[in-house]
Design a protein around this ligand. Structure first.
Ligand code: ADE
Length: 252
C-alpha cells in the first residue's frame, strides 16, 4: 500500500515514520510513504500556500493551485476518474469520524492520499473537485491536519499483513471486536504488594479467556456503553451485562 501526504510541514513526518510499527511496515515492504511538500508547487518568491478569504473574515485559506499541482505530480486523474483503490482524504474537524472500522477499510486500499488541512480550511473548490472524503480524528480542533495524518498512518500500518507479530494481537485490540480490550499484566507477579489477579497465573486457559472477556465487557459497560449497541455479544455476554446493570442500578 502507498500513502502520500500533502503538507506544508514535511519536517513533521520523518521522525514519526522512522520508528515503531510504521517502520516495520515499511521495512517489510507493506507500506510506501511519500511526503509531498506543498510549497514545492508554488510559483511565487514567498512560496505562498494560503491567502485571505473572499468576502472577508478571520483566518487564512489554503490555495487551490499548489494542491492541484501536487496531486497532478502523483499522476492522479481527477475525482471520478481515479482507479478503484485510490482515495484522497482531507483532514478536517468537519469530516467523518476516524474509527477502527475506517482504518480497516483504508488498509484495504492501494493508494491513500492525505491532504493536511491548515489555517481556517482549504478553498472549497479543493474539497469539491479533488477530495473523496473529509476525515476527523475527534471532536477538537488541531492547528493543522498533520497530527491527524500521523494517527491515520499509524492505525493503518499496524493492520497491514505481517506487521503486528501475532495476528491475534490485532484481533483482540480495543474496537476490533466492538468492545474495549481488557487490561494485561506482566512479570513480576507481585510488585510492592500489588498482585496480578490469581486467575491469570492459574494456567487454566478457558478460565483466563472468560475472565478477560468479562473484564472487556465491564470496561466497555463502564467507559463506552455506546459501543455495546453494535458489539457482537453471546448469550453469556448478555447475562454478564445484565448482572452488571443490576449491580450498577443497586449502587446508584
Ligand atoms: N484539523 C483540525 N482539527 C482536526 C481534527 N479534529 N481531525 C482532523 N483534522 C483536523
Amino acid at each position: 500500500m502507498k500513502i502520500s501526504i500533502l503538507t506544508i510541514f514535511p519536517d513533521m513526518f520523518p521522525a514519526a515514520f522512522a520508528d515503531g510499527m510504521i517502520r516495520v511496515a515499511r521495512d517489510k515492504g507493506q507500506l510506501e510513504l511519500d511526503v509531498v511538500a506543498l510549497r514545492d508547487f508554488t510559483d511565487d518568491a514567498h512560496r505562498t500556500t494560503d491567502d485571505y478569504p473572499f468576502g472577508g473574515g478571520a483566518g487564512m485559506i489554503m490555495k487551490i493551485e499548489p494542491i492541484d499541482r501536487a496531486l497532478a505530480s502523483l499522476g492522479l486523474p481527477d475525482k471520478g476518474r481515479r482507479p478503484p483503490g485510490t482515495r484522497v482524504l482531507l483532514t478536517s474537524p468537519q469530516g467523518r469520524r476516524f474509527t477502527q472500522d475506517v482504518a480497516i477499510e483504508y488498509a484495504g486500499l492501494g493508494h491513500l492520499v492525505i491532504l493536511c488541512g491548515r489555517y481556517k480550511g482549504v478553498d472549497e473548490r479543493v474539497t469539491e473537485q479533488f477530495v473523496d472524503e473529509e476525515i476527523s480524528i475527534g471532536d477538537y480542533v488541531l492547528s493543522g491536519g498533520e497530527p491527524a495524518a500521523l494517527c491515520v498512518v499509524d492505525a493503518i500500518a499496524r493492520l497491514l499483513p505481517g506487521v503486528v507479530g501475532a495476528f491475534d494481537s490485532v484481533e483482540s485490540d480495543s474496537f476490533h471486536s466492538g468492545l474495549l480490550d481488557c487490561g494485561y499484566y506482566t512479570r513480576p507477579a507481585e510488585y510492592r504488594g500489588w498482585k496480578v489477579p490469581d486467575v491469570l497465573l492459574s494456567g487454566h486457559h478457558a478460565m483466563i479467556a472468560k475472565a478477560r472477556r468479562e473484564e472487556s465487557l465491564r470496561r466497555t459497560f463502564e467507559r463506552r456503553p455506546d459501543l455495546l449497541e453494535h458489539a457482537e455479544l453471546s448469550d453469556d455476554d448478555r447475562r454478564f451485562l445484565r448482572a452488571l446493570a443490576r449491580g450498577a442500578g443497586e449502587r446508584g
